[in-house]
Design a protein around this ligand. Structure first.
Ligand code: THG
Length: 367
């Protein structure tokens, strides 16, 4: 791959100076912003993430902010997850769907107040859809992108590092809850969440000016914990079955096809613009669904396009993410397979760039 040409369209982040000083080796582009993908190597980063603690610049998880009396109503219009019991202080993973039930994004919604929400988005331009919905329905709500950049602290030693910087209060934060904790006199939203299954926190850094001071404070406090700069790790996220919007699903897929049915309450999500469409498809059930898939043989190439999945000479699905897993000593993958072939143990064939490989549909993901 060639290099990325820097420009103002490719946005830097409040932590980019720190990321560069830490020796970032590769970036991707996510929400028109730099997202690091490699520091040492994907494999070295993976082993380190599973044993120590990493600080991740995930500023590219941009916030769409809703403020005003109709903020809650607008939030519910966009998702089939029932938000009525969601409390201030909670975060919800919410599928966002259009009027056909197609996935537009799979963000984390943060409820700051009845009339104040952040939507921490995956890689699609959701701001336009949210704004258009607000205007089209004449809602009393302000929609914009605030200067808020998530910084994730992930790994088994994340709690210890966070307690040193924010105090022992972080230890009481439950999964997908947040507390507002002070750093240099500023109250920041600190949630127990993050795009790995190694445990950890996300700090919603409110104001570019405190980005580097916080980055530096975390590294100063974590020297003996072997804290490293890191990033969402391809191997770990596939083992964990964490989906990547645009890779593993698009607006052609319903939440049920994505295996996100557990985050849908379509019957009670009154107001969701995709509700009728989803009720229709839910009655029949999906005819294809995301699955964990093990691909046999030597380490596979990088998956930068969908790899067709075959059975008996017919196409029955596609692989969207795949990599060698050092811990499980096999190729782990995320795919979408048709109902006829989605049962655990089903043998299929995957057309990889270096030939056909035998593969097996798994019962569940690895982590
Ligand atoms: N954190 C924040 N914003 C984000 C992400 C994040 N925006 C972009 C992207 N990641 C959104 N996608 C996901 C995907 C999975 C999860 C979170 C965001 C996730 N899922 C857990 C799971 O599936 O096991 C838990 C979900 C739950 O139980 O509620 O964490 O990572 N701020």
């Amino acid at each position: 791959m060639a290099l990325l040409s820097p420009s103002r369209r490719l946005r830097r982040t409040p932590f980019s100076d720190g990321v560069e000083a830490a020796g970032v080796k590769a970036y991707t582009v996510y929400n028109h912003m730099l997202l690091p993908t490699v520091f040492e190597s994907v494999e070295a980063d993976y082993h380190h993430l599973k044993r120590a603690v990493q600080v991740w610049d995930v500023s590219c998880e941009r916030q769409v902010e809703l403020r005003g009396p109709d903020a809650g109503r607008l939030m519910q219009m966009m998702t089939p997850r029932d938000l009525r019991r969601m409390q201030i202080g909670q975060c919800f993973y919410v599928p966002i769907v259009d009027e056909t039930g197609g996935m537009l994004n799979d963000p984390v919604a943060v409820k700051l107040a009845e009339d104040h929400w952040w939507i921490s988005i995956a890689d699609s331009d959701l701001l336009y859809w949210v704004n258009a919905t607000a205007h089209g329905w004449r809602l009393d709500v302000l929609v914009d992108e605030p200067d808020v950049s998530p910084l994730a602290v992930q790994g088994p030693k994340a709690e210890e590092l966070m307690a040193r910087v924010f105090g022992d209060e972080v230890r009481d934060i439950r999964f997908f809850r947040y507390k507002k904790l002070a750093f240099q006199g500023r109250d920041l939203v600190v949630a127990r969440s993050g795009y790995s299954k190694q445990g950890g926190f996300e700090i919603y850094v409110d104001g570019t000016d405190i980005g580097m001071p916080l980055w530096d404070a975390l590294f100063a406090a974590g020297d003996d914990l072997d804290v490293h700069a890191g990033c969402p790790n391809l191997i770990e996220r596939i083992e964990s079955g964490l989906l990547s919007y645009g890779n593993d699903m698009t607006d052609d897929n319903t939440p049920h096809e994505c295996g996100l049915g557990r985050f849908c309450d379509t019957h009670s999500a009154i107001g969701c613009v995709g509700r009728d469409a989803l009720l229709r498809v839910a009655k029949e059930g999906p005819i294809q669904q995301v699955r964990a898939i093990e691909i046999e043989g030597d380490p596979v190439a990088g998956c930068d396009r969908w790899w067709p999945v075959f059975a008996g000479g017919k196409k029955v699905g596609r692989i969207s993410s795949a990599t060698w897993s050092p811990d499980f000593k096999t190729n782990v993958a995320i795919g979408m397979v048709k109902m006829t072939h989605w049962d655990a143990g089903t043998i299929v064939e995957v057309q990889t760039p270096d030939g056909m490989r035998r593969a097996t549909v798994q019962e569940k993901f690895w982590n």
